[in-house]
Ligand binder design. Structure first.
Ligand SMILES: Cc1cc2nc3c(=O)[nH]c(=O)nc-3n(C[C@H](O)[C@H](O)[C@H](O)COP(=O)(O)OP(=O)(O)OC[C@H]3O[C@@H](n4cnc5c(N)ncnc54)[C@H](O)[C@@H]3O)c2cc1C
Length: 403
């Protein structure tokens, strides 16, 4: 069996699949490795921002996404604890947003990757990263309890917030330090009989966190909320107790969810940190999606960043592949990717971190909602700044041309 590829991508979320499809469309030999079997549920607000549709079109999945009958979300309303609302219309970002489960969305992308010629391995997890002379050469995979080595010119960490590849690098001294304790925990479930307004993504602020409720395919609602880990411990880690004790402190949440019934299992994850990590942690390895940066979920733009960074990485790999095939240095690709990554994403990560301070403190959230509510112009500018600095995006796109 030939275990050598041009590119190995670990993680088949939107970032990994996006990179894989773009590369395979240009006849690059890609191995996409996913630890789960798709379709699988995933903790997420399941709010697909309008800009993602352009990506779906370029990836060849717009039709399958639309035929899954997603809900169309025309606005997001941020509710303060006392019930003040601030509306952000989806048209500011180019049209309606979609409400579609991650089980369906991610599976559509994975199937498209396979159709485009990507070698897809599910139920396969990365056991080790192969490092030689400070350069990543591929991965050692665990498949059906058998370990096997796979080599590539470029390896991509698309494993989401876990950064499973980057964290396994022996050459990175910071990996020897103990991981900080997570201060936040997120929960998610699908619900029936909610009173969420039709076509609206409702966001609720409460002490120590916030939650989002919106409709997905089949008329079901997706509820996803973040709370302080200490509150979760106080509620014996029971999501329904957390919901009643903490989330229901927001009046609108209590109203919209009072008669709701759960129709899926609860999922939970702990959240360690937000913001940017290294987009190119070591020669031979690039990071995309949440592995490169985790933007605050209230922006509803994590999946957009995942799709965008997957595309950006693939564009640069395509440009540098001829020289990598001649065994030339990886450094130029790593430097260009890091620079373009920063140019494209740093501004929105910064503004999101400022807004985070408001979001987690109810009295500041209350003041912010009243303040931003008074000026549509200000609201529009801030909302758009969490997505893209359009000038920055254009200049970096102009510089990175398809081969
Ligand atoms: C509470 C919360 C709510 C959110 N709500 C929204 C929202 O409404 N809208 C939005 O746009 N964004 C939202 N996000 C952000 C969004 O979920 C992420 O930005 C997005 O999923 C990132 O995509 P990704 O491909 O980088 O990683 P992921 O989607 O996390 O995919 C990573 C994949 O890698 C696989 N994997 C992990 N480890 C390994 C391994 N060792 N080997 C092989 N495979 C592995 C995983 O199984 C997974 O399938 C939310 C995030 C949170 C935490």
């Amino acid at each position: 069996m030939n275990n050598t590829y041009d590119v190995i991508i670990a993680g088949a979320g939107p970032a990994g699949s996006s990179a894989a499809i773009h590369l395979a469309n240009h006849d690059v030999r890609v191995l996409l490795v996913e630890q789960k079997k798709f379709p699988r549920a995933k903790l997420c607000g399941e709010f697909i921002s309008p800009e993602c549709l352009k990506h779906f079109e370029r990836l060849g999945v717009k039709g399958t996404m639309i035929s899954a009958s997603p809900a169309v979300l025309t606005e997001t309303v941020f509710y303060s604890r006392t019930g003040h609302g601030l509306t952000v219309p989806s048209k500011w970002f180019g049209g309606g947003a979609l409400g579609l489960s991650r089980a369906v969305m991610d599976n559509n992308l994975l199937q498209r990757a396979a159709d485009a010629g990507v070698t897809v391995m599910e139920n396969a997890s990365v056991a080790e990263v192969i490092e030689e002379k400070n350069q990543v050469r591929g991965v050692r995979l665990n498949v059906d309890e058998v370990e096997r080595e796979y080599e590539a010119l470029v390896t991509i960490d698309a494993t989401g917030r876990t950064r499973a590849l980057t964290r396994r690098l022996k050459s990175l001294p910071q990996n020897a330090a103990p991981r900080p304790k997570a201060k936040l925990v997120a929960f998610k479930a699908h619900l029936e009989k909610t009173k969420v307004a039709e076509g609206v993504c409702e966001i609720y602020s409460y002490p120590g966190g916030y939650g989002g409720l919106s409709t997905i395919e089949g008329g079901v609602s997706n509820l996803c909320f973040i709370t302080a880990a200490r509150d979760v411990r106080r509620c014996q880690s029971n999501p329904e107790v957390v919901l009643r004790e903490i989330v229901f402190r927001n009046r609108r949440a209590a109203y919209a969810l009072e008669a709701a019934t759960i129709c899926s299992e609860w999922l939970s994850v702990s959240l360690e940190s937000f913001g940017r990590q290294s987009p190119s942690p070591l020669n031979g390895l690039l990071a995309v999606g949440d592995s490169a940066a985790f933007i605050d979920p209230f922006t509803g733009s994590g999946m957009l960043m995942a799709l965008e960074s997957g595309e950006l990485a693939s564009q640069l790999i395509l440009r540098h592949l001829p020289s990598l095939r001649k065994n030339l240095s990886f450094t130029t690709l790593a430097t260009e990717y890091s620079q373009d990554y920063r140019r494209r994403f740093d501004a929105r990560l910064r503004i999101s971190s400022v807004l985070r301070r408001l979001a987690y403190t109810p009295f500041l959230a209350e003041i912010g909602i009243v303040l931003f509510g008074a000026s549509e112009r200000l609201r529009n500018r801030i909302a758009r700044a969490t997505r893209s600095d359009s000038k920055g995006d254009q200049s970096s796109l102009e510089r990175v041309k398809w081969i």
